[in-house]
Unconditional design. Structure first.
Length: 302
């Protein structure tokens, strides 16, 4: 059976062109998504008290997009399965091989959206992973063109080694992306209660738990025997919303001094004001501070 070794320069050139095209496309998509996310944060800040609606959804576009994605994934699936079998992977398990490439590219792009408010050295990791694994999928599909007509694809040992090395690499990459999203990712949905409602709830709880002056000694004894109503414990998101004005003021002071606004600096400044800030609250605060500053910059530039 003929091999693709004599024509190796052809697929390499095609792979370079495909990688460059995928990188340019993803760069434009990243800029578009960043602009849309900034506009969404601006609208959310302007209409924080308005109920959430689905007016921006387009069911027809979503259905067409899902159909295109399904067809593309099915075609890529067939070619990558043949490549995996040509590389010597198990005939049955090879049907799952495309998941290690195409699904990882999709998961990395989703991670890039979740890490939009993270520092640049963190944000670039999922974008690089997306570009690399899209390029791997393109190269894997392009190699199929060098199969003999009506015959089975054959690959040299070097290509087979690269193909079989993809699954463990994908496993390590997805674990690292998961750690980054857990560490730096912003909430997937805006379900944080409004600060005004939170303040009203606190006032109501304080009124309900206010001590009652006993009218007599018997009343004092009865009051002593009555167990106190425990006050609900604040969640991390509620604490971050309560301390957000202090964090914004601290960020402005840090920016005025020319220092870098990061989680440690903001948390230290808020603690200096007499507030308790743990690591989870500090992370939630820096995400909100960066989103607020980005929204303000968008309003100034608009």
């Amino acid at each position: 059976m003929p091999t693709i070794l004599p024509d190796l320069a052809g697929p390499l050139g095609l792979a370079i062109l495909a990688t460059a095209a995928a990188g340019a496309l993803l760069a434009r998509l990243r800029l578009l998504v960043a602009g849309l996310a900034a506009r969404a944060r601006t609208r959310a800040a302007q209409h924080a008290d308005e109920p959430t609606t689905n007016a921006g959804r387009d069911p027809i576009f979503e259905a067409l997009g899902a159909a295109v994605l399904l067809v593309c994934f099915a075609l890529s699936w067939d070619v990558l399965v043949q490549l995996a079998r040509a590389a010597g992977l198990d005939h049955t398990l090879s049907v799952t091989y495309p998941l290690a490439i195409d699904l990882l590219a999709a998961a990395a792009y989703r991670a890039a959206l979740r890490l939009h408010d993270a520092p640049w050295h963190v944000r670039r990791v999922p974008m690089i992973v997306t570009i690399v694994f899209v390029a791997l999928s393109v190269v894997g599909n392009a190699l199929h063109a060098w199969a003999p007509p009506g015959g089975q694809l054959e690959v040299p040992r070097g290509v087979a080694a690269a193909v079989t090395a993809v699954p463990p690499l994908s496993g390590a990459v997805i674990v690292h992306l998961y750690a980054l999203v857990r560490r730096w990712g912003r909430p997937a949905s805006n379900t944080t209660p409004a600060p005004a409602a939170h303040d009203q709830n606190e006032e109501r709880i304080e009124e309900e738990a206010a001590p009652v002056e006993p009218q007599s000694a018997a009343g004092a004894e009865q009051l002593a025997e009555t167990p106190a109503i425990p006050r609900p414990r604040e969640t991390t998101e509620q604490t971050a919303e309560r301390l957000l004005p202090h964090a914004l003021a601290a960020a402005e002071h840090i920016a005025a001094t020319g220092a870098r606004i990061n989680r440690t600096a903001v948390a230290s400044a808020v603690r200096a004001q007499g507030h308790t800030v743990n690591s989870d609250v500090a992370q939630a605060l820096i995400v909100r501070v960066r989103a607020h500053r980005d929204a303000n910059r968008q309003l100034v530039n608009a």
